[in-house]
Design a protein around this ligand. Structure first.
Ligand code: CO8
Length: 373
């Protein structure tokens, strides 16, 4: 039986930060840093912090603003990180809370209740703890029987999570799987680094994957196939982890936060993604011209332009390849799922769509989808 995506959910944090707000805060931080280290900077022992610019950010990335889970603390030049109150063990954790919000909206879209779900996968770039799994906490909060587990695959966590759900339904180990991507990434952003302070935002997305025999939603998309590839690269990296305590280094050091060689990522990932997508479509005797909608990873507008041009030989319009990163920024693995959530209901039965993530790992994950009648 065909396996379908029968519902998608999106939780958008109510707080947002514009480029100008972010730049004003960063520049004030840089001025204070430079004044404090003036002697060392003049002696060449410390590098001065250059100013950031809102124009650069929009031109280099396409990002205009980003949503954040908790805004407090991010723009405070004495802090430069969100101030998220720690919760007690018996309270719902922050990440489970946003996961549950996205999950409820996916369940509603799919016309399903907790009793219909057999498994929960929480798949994202970071989990706020190693155990108990966030997925099991979400399972308990929603009252779902069966089992749950967490997965980390950075930028491709969401697509790889849906791949696993597809495999599980095909194999019969679960009839209906909830895949959730609570991308609470703001705690890992180095807001004192001009090159990366603007890149990311927080969000949570979810998808319900089930057999077409049980699906009764208005908008169902058959997963025709999945395709994944990974290739090791240090060009996007965070060294934060449970071993930091044993290393005796500075747990707040810049290498413990997201950092990247943005130019190299751009040059290496774009051709990989374009080849991957063309090969995946080829498996179905489809060409890029047959694809009605592209739900592409949302890291950088120039990356999407280049990949689309390589595939189509022209620039797609926003209806063909919707962009959401202008207001959401890069939301780690959730970007292509946000694009799907906001832009799928207008497709006609039989239309093909291609959903694809690409980024850290490197990792690329795609799904060829077809709107069901
Ligand atoms: N303001 C003003 N000037 C700046 C700024 C700034 N904020 N930042 C850099 N500049 C300067 C540079 O210093 C440089 O100056 P110079 O030419 O004098 O050296 C000039 O602007 C150009 O800099 P770049 O070459 O770095 O600029 P690019 O045009 O290449 O744009 C980008 C930089 C936007 C980073 C671009 O390279 C890019 O987007 N690359 C791809 C990045 C990407 O997709 N990364 C994937 C991210 S990873 C992911 O998606 C998930 C990871 C897991 C989640 C992590 C959550 C925290």
């Amino acid at each position: 039986n065909p396996v379908v995506i029968s519902g998608v959910g999106l939780w958008t944090p109510p707080n947002s930060v514009s480029n100008q707000e972010l730049v004003d805060s960063y520049n004030a931080y840089a001025d204070a840093f430079n004044a404090q280290h003036r002697e060392d900077i003049e002696a060449g022992r410390v590098e001065a912090k250059p100013h950031s610019s809102a124009e650069f950010i929009e031109k280099a990335s396409g990002i205009k603003s980003r949503h954040v889970y908790i805004k407090e603390g991010i723009l405070d030049i004495e802090r430069m990180r969100p101030a998220i109150p720690e919760r007690s063990d018996d309270a719902l954790s922050h990440q489970a809370e946003i996961a549950v919000a996205a999950a409820r909206s996916a369940l509603a879209a799919a016309n399903k209740s907790a009793a219909d779900v057999d498994a929960v996968i929480v798949s994202c770039a970071y989990t706020q703890r190693a155990y108990p799994a966030i997925a099991i906490e979400v399972q308990a909060e929603l009252g779902i029987q069966g089992f749950g587990f967490d997965m980390l695959v950075a930028c491709s966590a969401a697509t790889f999570g849906v791949h696993r759900a597809y495999d599980m339904v095909k194999a019969g180990s679960a009839g209906c799987v909830l895949v959730i991507n609570p991308e609470l990434v703001s705690p890992q952003i180095n807001y004192t680094d001009r090159d990366s302070h603007f890149i990311f935002g927080d969000v949570a997305t979810a998808m319900l994957v089930e057999s077409s025999t049980t699906a009764n939603a208005e908008h169902c998309f058959e997963i025709l196939s999945t395709k994944a590839v990974t290739q090791f690269s240090n060009n996007i990296r965070s060294n934060f982890g449970y071993m930091s305590r044993a290393f005796d280094g500075d747990p707040y050091a810049a290498d413990k936060l997201f950092h990247q060689e943005g130019r190299k990522v751009f040059k290496e990932v774009c051709p990989m993604a374009a080849e991957h997508i063309a090969a995946h479509l080829g498996q179905h005797q489809l060409t890029p011209a047959d694809v009605r909608r592209w739900w592409l990873h949302q890291a950088n507008i120039n990356m999407n332009t280049l990949i689309s041009k390589k595939l189509l030989g022209r620039l797609p319009d926003n209806n063909e390849a919707p962009i959401v990163l202008d207001r959401y920024a890069n939301t780690a693995s959730a970007g292509s799922i946000i694009a799907f959530a906001l832009h799928h209901e207008d497709l006609q039965a039989g239309d093909y769509g291609l959903l694809c993530s690409f980024g850290a790992g490197y990792s690329i994950g795609s799904l060829v989808l077809q709107k069901q009648a």
